[in-house]
Design a protein around this ligand. Structure first.
Ligand SMILES: Cc1ncc(COP(=O)(O)O)c(C=O)c1O
Length: 419
């Protein structure tokens, strides 16, 4: 046998192998200054397209004031202990009631982090006799939640209703044998490519199959729907979502998350959700901070209008210029280009250094080999001038990609990596 750390030290993984070229720049970059459309990267101002502060609440003076006041009153620790033991307050309850009513559900329960909360909720909702059917492109937190499941699971092809139906047929047969039920899991918005989950079609399948639907609406909450209640509201099927999840890490510009469902389901989760039962309660800074943010989200629809003005200007502008932005139906704006990882690095460097544009870059293994995904997240803080500068910059970098400039610039890196 060998020492456990040998493998770890030998092989840092598919992303880690780029660390010497990428760290501090492409990954783990340091964006400085107040969260906004323009921040500082390596001392220079850049237009930031990589921050999920969709409504621009993160730096709003009113929000920062409340954050400061709560910090002064409570510090960062209060309340101490898990909710069940000593970490419960009336403000936690108030926030849960307000969230439930906002997303049109009977009850809600707070989570300290979306990721752990999703993992734990999946774990709590199913027993070994139950069957999970989930979209193959699901977020890592769903994949990890499913990994805890002791029973059968099926994936369906991304947003493919024929594939879902086929797998529901299989799952139904199996559930008849085990005596269990079926949990279907999808996302409200798929965060990499921006497509909404086909929730309306999924809910329609309830006519044919007996299942419960769990939706992770991290990117939909606050951005979609008439009131901002998310993808279910947008598609007119909020009632058909049996368990609704959203995080505070995006539109709410904070930390924490929540689940919302019928009261008996939330009552069950309160007593069975291991990520909350055995972890310290969400601190007051985030609870009262979330109350303030939710109030702004509800009472300032103009923030959502401004967000969508920017989304439409950016997405239409990119399409007019012939860019492939896939099939996004949300604020998430992917731009697909063809090139190697070293070319992608040279291109993003050019965008940042020479055009002052900061966006995230996604490459293999997250997307197929040879594809470069530049992911732009418009917010309410962006201006139409930001959009216009960005569109011009994108046209310029596409020309340089196509005329081989980045291939030449990246030749040294390519050689070093043996790509
Ligand atoms: C789809 C989706 N689900 C869950 C999460 C995790 O949420 P949190 O950041 O609150 O842990 C994220 C990322 O924030 C996400 O994009």
């Amino acid at each position: 046998m060998r020492d456990l750390f040998e493998r770890i030290i030998e092989n840092i993984g598919p992303l880690g192998k780029w660390a010497s070229q990428a760290e501090g720049y492409f990954v783990f970059p340091k964006l400085e200054g107040p969260i906004s459309n323009r921040m500082k990267f390596q001392g220079k101002e850049v237009i930031t397209w990589s921050i999920n502060d969709y409504l621009g609440l993160g730096s709003m003076a009113e929000v920062r004031k409340v954050d400061g006041e709560v910090a002064t009153e409570y510090g960062a620790a209060y309340p101490m202990g898990a909710r069940m033991m000593s970490g419960h307050t009336g403000f936690h309850e108030q926030l849960e009631q307000e969230l439930a009513s906002f997303v049109n559900k009977e009850s809600a329960y707070l989570l300290n982090f979306g990721y752990q909360g999703m993992v734990s909720a999946i774990d709590a909702l199913v027993s070994k006799n139950d069957i999970i059917v989930y979209d193959v492109d699901s977020h890592a937190c769903i994949i990890d939640g499913v990994r805890l499941h002791m029973g059968k699971r099926f994936t369906f092809m991304h947003n493919d209703m024929e594939s879902l139906e086929k797998n529901l047929g299989r799952a139904t047969k199996m559930a008849e044998q085990t005596g269990g039920g079926i949990l279907v899991i999808s996302e409200g918005v798929f965060g990499m490519r921006g497509e909404q989950g086909k929730l309306k079609e999924i809910v329609a399948l309830k006519e044919k199959f007996n299942f419960r639907l769990f939706v992770d609406d991290a990117h939909g909450f606050g951005t979609l729907g008439k009131t901002g209640a998310g993808a279910g509201e947008e598609q007119g099927i909020q009632d058909g979502i049996d368990v609704y999840f959203a995080t505070f890490a995006k539109s709410m510009a904070g930390i924490g998350a929540f689940l919302a469902a019928d009261k008996p389901i939330i009552d069950y989760l309160k007593y069975n959700l291991r990520s909350q039962m055995f972890a310290k309660s969400l601190p007051m800074i985030y609870v009262k901070g979330a109350l303030k943010r939710l109030d702004m989200l509800r009472t300032m629809p103009e923030l959502r209008s401004k967000l969508w003005e920017n989304v439409n200007a950016l997405q239409n502008g990119l399409k007019e210029k012939g860019f492939d932005i896939g099939a996004t139906t949300s604020c998430v704006t992917p731009v697909y280009l063809k090139g190697s990882i070293p070319e992608a690095m040279a291109l993003v460097k050019d965008l940042r250094e020479n055009y002052g544009i900061f966006c995230s870059i996604v490459v293999y293994p997250v997307v197929p080999k040879g594809l470069i995904l530049l992911r732009l997240i418009p917010t309410a803080t962006h201006t139409l001038e930001d959009v216009s500068i960005t569109l011009d910059a994108f046209s310029a970098i596409r020309d340089r990609l196509e005329n081989g400039t980045y291939k030449r610039l990246s030749a040294a890196v390519t050689a070093a990596m043996g790509e």
